[in-house]
Design a protein around this ligand. Sequence first.
Ligand SMILES: Cc1cc2nc3c(=O)[nH]c(=O)nc-3n(C[C@H](O)[C@H](O)[C@H](O)COP(=O)(O)OP(=O)(O)OC[C@H]3O[C@@H](n4cnc5c(N)ncnc54)[C@H](O)[C@@H]3O)c2cc1C
Ligand code: SF4
Ligand code: SF4
Length: 421
Amino acid sequence: MIDTNAETPTRTWRAPPLPDAPARHFCTDCGLSRTDNPRRCGQACQFIQPDYPALETRIHGRTRALPAPGELGSDELFFGPHRQMLQARLAKPLAGAQWTGITTRIAEKLLRAGEVDAVIAMAPHPDDAWRPMPVLVTNPDDMARCRGMRMGYAPLIALVEPALRQGFKRLAVIGIPCQVYALRAIQPELERDLGLEKLFVIGTPCSDNTTTERFHHFLSLISPHPEDITYLEFRADYHVEIRMKGGEVRTIPFLQLPLSTLPPDFFPTTCRTCVDYTNALSDITVGYMGGQGEQWLLVRNDRGQALLELLGDEVVTQAPGSAGKRAGAVRGFLKNVELAAGGLPLRRMPDWLRPIVGWLMPRIGPRGLEFARARVEMKAIETLLHLQREAPARIKTMVPEHVVHLVRPYGLAREPVPPKP
Ligand SMILES: Cc1cc2nc3c(=O)[nH]c(=O)nc-3n(C[C@H](O)[C@H](O)[C@H](O)COP(=O)(O)OP(=O)(O)OC[C@H]3O[C@@H](n4cnc5c(N)ncnc54)[C@H](O)[C@@H]3O)c2cc1C
Ligand code: SF4
Ligand code: SF4
C-alpha cells in the first residue's frame, strides 16, 4: 500500500502501509484479516456466521420486523431498520461527487464541527483513480479528495485500530456493507480495549462490486477509450452513465451493455451472495436506488438523524415516490439467474427488441422505492441460488432470515425446491 503522507503538507491525509492479507475464501479484504488479531474474522465476517438481529438490536435498539406467514413484508424487511426514508440532494452538488456528495459532506461537517477526530474513508489510489485506497482524514478540506465511487476492495477496517492507538478516539467511518458488518461486530471490543468514545457510520449500499482489474476490462468493452472514463454509475432509470475526461457524457441502456461477453466469474462469489444490499448496520445509508434520479437516504437511528441535521438547509429533501410493479421484472431476473447458475445460456432478447424495451423500462418498469425493492429481491434471489449451487453448506449459517422472507414470494427456500412433476 502506498504511503501518501509525504504528498500533503498538512499531514492530515494518511494511507498507512498495511500487512498483506492472508488468502481467504469468501473474503472481500475488509481489513480485519490484516489486523493483529485476524482470527476475529470467524465472529466478525458477513460471510461466515452473521447475526443481523443481534447487531441491529445493539445498534438501532430493535431488529427489522419480519412478516407473519401470509403477510406482505414492510419496507423494513427490504431495507433494514430505519426511522425515515428520504429522496435528497445537496442544493449545491459538490464537484467530483458520485451523486451530489451527501456522503463526504456529512463527514466533512463532522470534522469541522469537532464532533470527530478523524474520518476513515476511501480515496482514489494515486496510480489508478478507479482503485479504492483507505485513508485516515483529519483535515475537513481533504474530504473532497474522497468524493466519487471506486470499483474494487480495499482494507478500510485495518485503519481503525491504528487510528485509536494514535489517540483518535472519536471516529466516523464511511463504508460498504461488508466492511460495516465487521466494524460493528468488533465495536464493543474497540470501546472496551482501545477507548473508542464515539463512532459514526455513514454507509452506502453496495452491489455487483468486483476487482479493480476486472472493472477495467468492463470499461474496455463499453468504450474505445476506457482510460478517459472518469465516472460511471448504474442509474435507477436503467441506464449506465459514463463521463469522459473531455467533459462528454454518455448514457447506455442496461439492455445494450455487453454483459454477455463478461466471463462467468466476473463478479466474485462474495458479491453474488452478499446479504446486506442496503447497509443495515450504518447510522445513515446514502444511496440512490429509491431516489428517482436523486439520492436516497435511510436514517436508521438517533445518530443518523444527527448526521442528517448537520447538513441543515444544504440538503433538499422530499418523501420518496414509488411507481410500477416489480414482480414481473424480478421473475424474469430469477429465470436468468437459474439458467446462469445451471451453466445454461441466458434467455437473450432479440437485438431488434432491445431499444424498444430499453425505452419502455424507465417509463413502465418499477421506479422509486419499487425499483429499490426489486433490486433488493433480485439480490436475495442471486444470493440463494448461487449459494445453493456453489457453497450449499454455507446457507444455514450465512443466509439470514430476512433473505429467506425476501425470496419466499418467488417460490424459493433455503433448500432447493424440487421441480413440479
Ligand atoms: C461498489 C459500489 C457499488 C454501489 N452500488 C450501489 C447500488 O447498487 N445502489 C445504490 O443506491 N448505491 C450504490 N452505491 C453507492 C453510490 O454509488 C454512491 O456512492 C452513494 O450514493 C453516495 O453518493 P455521494 O455523492 O453522496 O458520495 P460521495 O460524496 O461522492 O462519496 C462517495 C464515498 O464512497 C466511498 N467509496 C467510494 N468507493 C468505494 C469503494 N470501492 N469501497 C468503499 N467505499 C467507497 C468513499 O469513501 C466516499 O466517501 C455503490 C457504491 C459502491 C462503492
Ligand atoms: S472479516 Fe473481512 S478480512 Fe475477514 S474474512 Fe471477512 S471480509 Fe475477509
Ligand atoms: S457487493 Fe457485498 S460483498 Fe461485494 S463489495 Fe459490496 S458489500 Fe461487499
